[in-house]
Design a protein around this ligand. Structure first.
Ligand SMILES: O=C(O)CCC(=O)C(=O)O
Ligand SMILES: [Fe+2]
Length: 207
């Protein structure tokens, strides 16, 4: 994580609340993360939203499968380390008090989507910043699966092609977004920088 890069990210976040960059990370790292994601496909599971007994409802809202990243191989470890350096840089410049980072691979099958949602409801979540890194070589317009980013008034502000190496970061509470149905299998890493919401009777994160 170069200073110039973390400066660019923090300035963009301070200025407009989001950051979108193609080829944000070295191609080799993207390739290795892609291989890791493909290798761990047998471990991907249906993504939940909130409680697991809402599973059927979830399928109407999103139908990707996910696998949490734990840093078990070199590519994952390098990625998590980059995000850790970014966390520290953001805290130093924007005073967000980010406490940790959680991330999972996501796989959208052909026809996969994630309807319009926010990743955090104001004041109700410890998710402060959302990150999405795409792992799909040579994505074309006709492959669809765009990420659409809206402002808090509901106007469309960005349409992002999920092409390999593109990184999107935005304030989780401020930007509703959706994944439109994809015409090609679509791999990504979605992650969240969080604040610590521990109270006296609840330890966060759970151990
Ligand atoms: O993959 C994307 O473009 C966005 C995914 C997303 O919104 C999420 O996982 O919360
Ligand atoms: Fe989201």
């Amino acid at each position: 994580m170069e200073d110039a890069w973390s400066n660019e990210i923090t300035e963009s976040l301070a200025h407009c609340g989001y950051y979108i960059k193609t080829n944000a990370l070295p191609e080799r790292l993207i390739d290795e993360l892609t291989l890791t994601a493909q290798d761990s496909k047998p471990q991907f599971q249906s993504a939940g939203i909130g409680r697991s007994d809402d599973h059927q409802i979830n399928q109407v809202i999103r139908n990707d499968t996910i696998h949490w990243i734990t840093g078990t191989d070199q590519a994952q470890a390098i990625y998590l380390n980059e995000m850790e350096l970014l966390r520290v840089a953001i805290n130093r410049r924007l005073y967000l008090g980010l406490f940790d980072y959680e991330a999972h691979f996501a796989n959208y099958p052909i026809g996969g989507f994630y309807k319009k949602h926010v990743d955090a409801f104001k004041g109700q979540s410890n998710r402060v910043l959302t990150t999405v890194l795409y792992l799909n070589k040579h994505w074309r317009e006709e492959d669809q699966g765009h990420l659409l980013l809206y402002n808090s008034k509901g106007s469309l502000i960005k349409s992002v092609l999920p092409d390999a190496g593109t990184l999107v970061i935005f304030l989780s509470e401020e930007f509703p977004h959706e994944v439109i149905p994809t015409a090609r299998e679509r791999l990504s890493i979605a992650g969240w920088f969080r604040i610590n919401t521990s109270t006296s009777d609840k330890v966060d994160p759970p151990t």
